[in-house]
Design a protein around this ligand. Sequence first.
Ligand SMILES: Cc1cc2nc3c(=O)[nH]c(=O)nc-3n(C[C@H](O)[C@H](O)[C@H](O)COP(=O)(O)OP(=O)(O)OC[C@H]3O[C@@H](n4cnc5c(N)ncnc54)[C@H](O)[C@@H]3O)c2cc1C
Length: 310
Amino acid sequence: MKTKTKTKTVGETKTRGLLREGFPMSRLSTWGVGGAARLLFSPADMDDLRAFMAGRNIADVVFVGHGSNLLVRDGGIDGIVVRTAPGLCALSLEGDAEVFAEAGVGCPKLARFCADKGLAGAEFFAGVPGTVGGALAMNAGCYGGETWDAVVKVRALTNDGFYDMPRDDFETGYRSVRAKSGGDVFFAGALFHFCVDDGGDNGNGGGARARMKEMLRMRGESQPLGKASAGSVFRNPPGGFAGKMIAECGLAGMRVGGAEVSRKHANFILNCGDATARDIESLMEKIQHAVREKTGVLLSPEVRVVGRAQ
Ligand SMILES: Cc1cc2nc3c(=O)[nH]c(=O)nc-3n(C[C@H](O)[C@H](O)[C@H](O)COP(=O)(O)OP(=O)(O)OC[C@H]3O[C@@H](n4cnc5c(N)ncnc54)[C@H](O)[C@@H]3O)c2cc1C
């Protein structure tokens, strides 16, 4: 039976994905704050995205995965937001140890997929609540692993179209990624190379699953999981830990409106229910000021702040 695909039209563009005007970004951010996007597009698949992006400048678009490292200001985004999940969701094993994942695949899903295929090296993704695209943009990492350690090449969208770009085309570092050619890049997907798991389970992923379980246990012990946050707010400065510095400055529990510095992990800011983006940003500024006064170090935000203040 043939299914009819509904198309919608924006200007000259026909799309199959979801298009919404005035979409509340608080629904696309793990902090649960932020004003509305003028236009939200959630592509049905990569071809749909390709059609939508034709003739647009990618610098005019804000790409969003799970919004787990994003602070959208209360005045919202006066432009286009493209959401990669759940449309860009292809995930496949290529050969023995290579995995292709589109941008909207959840990091925990990638970790479980690799373990199921008897691969090791993706376990750290299990506790990162973002998408593959967000992890590529941030070089997300933890427990000794970083996203770009395993990248062979990425499928990238630039203003000239879609390209496969090898890892060497990028400069990567701690929570930083930059195309050597300069300019904005949208990560549509990536090919990763992992290792065949030799964890004592004949390559059946038992070792990887056990390591994932242990990492999730450690995370549960040290982080305020289950509360609205965006993970670590500040990057660790060279030779130090932002959370430890914030706690040592006596800032755990400090509040601005509905935003609070977590007492369990002081580099997390929690939305206690009624926080605004302004509350969170003010608390970030207060933390920066207090830590600088006491230690001389200016903490630099890891979370990306976008949009207009109200
Ligand atoms: C409880 C909790 C724990 C966390 N633990 C960790 C951790 O251990 N390690 C870690 O590194 N991070 C951690 N994070 C932060 C976050 O999950 C990661 O940075 C994640 O990679 C962000 O992915 P996302 O899809 O949510 O990106 P978003 O928050 O949606 O976007 C983040 C940035 O990436 C850009 N972006 C998103 N998708 C794309 C794309 N396809 N192409 C280009 N740019 C894109 C956005 O425009 C934005 O600038 C944690 C967050 C939470 C809430």
